[in-house]
Structure formats: C-alpha cells, structure tokens
Design a protein. Sequence first.
Length: 368
Amino acid sequence: MSKQKKIIIVAGEESGDMYASKIINDFSGNEKIQFYGMGSNKMKKTGAQILLDSSSLSVVGFFEILKIYPKLLKSLNFMKKSIKEIKPDLLILIDYQEFNMKLAKYAKLNGIKVLFYISPQVWAWRKNRIKKIKKYIDIMAVIFPFEKKFFQDEEIISYYVGHPLVQNNTYKEVHYKNKDYIGFFPGSRLSEIKNHLPLIDRVIERMYEKDPTLKFLVSRSNNIDKNIYEKFFLNKKYVSIITNENIYKTIDMCKIAVAASGTITLQIALKKIPVCVFYKISNATYFIIKFLIKTKFISLINILLEKKVVQEFVQSQASEKNIIGEINKIIQNSDYRKNLIKEISSIEEKLKDKNSMIDINEVIKKSL
C-alpha cells in the first residue's frame, strides 16, 4: 500500500459500534489507513473521523422505522454524499442491514468495493435478500461457521472470521465475586427500551413486594438518555441503574439475568450467568415478522445450540407472570439452575470454532 488508503466503516447499532471501534483501534498504528465512520459512543473514542452519530438511528420493526424514517433518510443521503466525496478504497458495513444494504447498492454503483461484516441473517428469515447480497456485496465476513458454507453455496465470496465477542478474553475477567443482583438488560435501541421498561418495572415491583431483600439492576445503554430509565426507577432504592463501558462488569454483578433478545444474551452466556430471554414489539410488526422468520427460536443461545436451552418469552408470552416464574425456578431449583449454567457454558466453544477461521483484519487487508 503505497498511498494512504481510505476506509469508511458504518455501524448503526451498539454492538456494531463496539465491533467497529475494535477494528479501527487494531489499525491505529497503521498510518497508511485513514478511517471515516458512522457510529456512536465507542467509535467516537477512536482515531476515526466521525461522519455521523448513529445513536438515535437504531430501532426494530417496520412501523417503528416509519416513525424515524425522515431522520433515517436524511442520514442515508448524508452517508451517500460522504461516500461520493471521500471515494473510499473500501466500505465496511457492519450489520444494520436495511440501511447498510442501501449504502452497499450506492457504493457498488459508484465502483467502490464493499465488505459486509456480520451477515444479514438470511438463513433465518427473508432469504430472498440473497439476490441483493450477490449483486451489491463483494465480500462477506461471517461470524458463525455455518454461514460460510451458506454463502459459498450461493457463490458469494465469504470468510469465516469468528465471533468478535471471543476474539479476546475480556469476558473471562472477574469484576465482582458477590453476585447479588437480579439483572435486567432491556436492549440498546430506543424502541426496545420503551417497549421493555414498563414490563421490567412490573416484574420488579411484584418481586419486591413478595421479598424486600431482593436487589435489582437495570443495565443502561450509553446511547440512551438516563431520564428514560429514571422515569421508572429513580425513587426505588432497591433498583440500580447501571451504566458500564464494559458490559461484562454489569453482567458480573448478577446472579440471574433477564435479557432482551440480541448480542447481550451471548455475553451473559459467556459469563455463565443463568438467563431467560424476552422480547416485545408492536403487535402490527409482530404480525408481519412471524410469517417471515424461519428459525424455531429468537435467542442466539438456542439458535447456536440448536435446541431450547433458555426460556424465551415473546410478545404476549412476555408477561410478568412468566418472567417471575422463570426467575423463581432458577433461584429455587438448584438442579435446574446447574443444568442451565452447564448448557449455556457450551456457547463459548460454539463461538470459538477455529475451523477455517481468518482474522477480520486480515480480510480487510486482503480487500484493499
């Protein structure tokens, strides 16, 4: 690489922002590469030139997206303009598929190479998207072993790079020995937080009424205004709103976790904390999505282990009665708790599958 190479990296969600910042930091000593980025809290702390703050752009659901559509469209047009002006040697898109696939199309039509890191889960739902991936993506960097074969069968260049959560041993560090809290992890998107906090509040209230010795924590995303959480929990001394740069510190405080479906469930499993999973979206969105999903489970833990290990409470099943019942079962039934911990402990090995693995940074170098 004789002249300086320019890379634009786009992350629209908190987990993607975490993965993007690691990539940027890994290349920080390489003066021949300049990063530009769309990201949030973690990316802002890197050496990348921030083009756009994505903190308020992360939502789930068709109708939820409509509510912020003007902002999304403005951001999309801004990023297209940035791509045109910067003319990067490589565009790295991380997850955030609806937005990023539109950027991929624009970049491809303008002769810019596109690397997609963390694949759209076409193996789980909306498989027809594979046509657009073939058309607009040059290289796929996938995080699960089975995804490499899936894309290769579709004649798409793909590299299995392993899951970024186990690229280092951060999750193995012990921060707290006394795990005193029942922890709630409502998600990182604003729409998730608003859907989930009322339910979490009801669960905590009912449990505290029966046992005032219990301690609860609610994990707060750095990207979400603290006032949204304080509206429910500010005057409740038995509830702690916890904001940690390192999410494993928060997880380490918990004896049991209740988590919204997403990357956080894998992080909890890596810490070997017994967990149950829940998720609520608008009824209209759920009505559409349930016909598109091809997997039996919503939790990444269950999907990876190919069986129901952790309990999942979705939509109407995500009730205080069901969640409290599972929490009490984990607390009171020692055999059930031990078996649950044993089962989720195998997630680490699943994510560390070394078969044909190549480092994401090597894929980026190959792509330049």
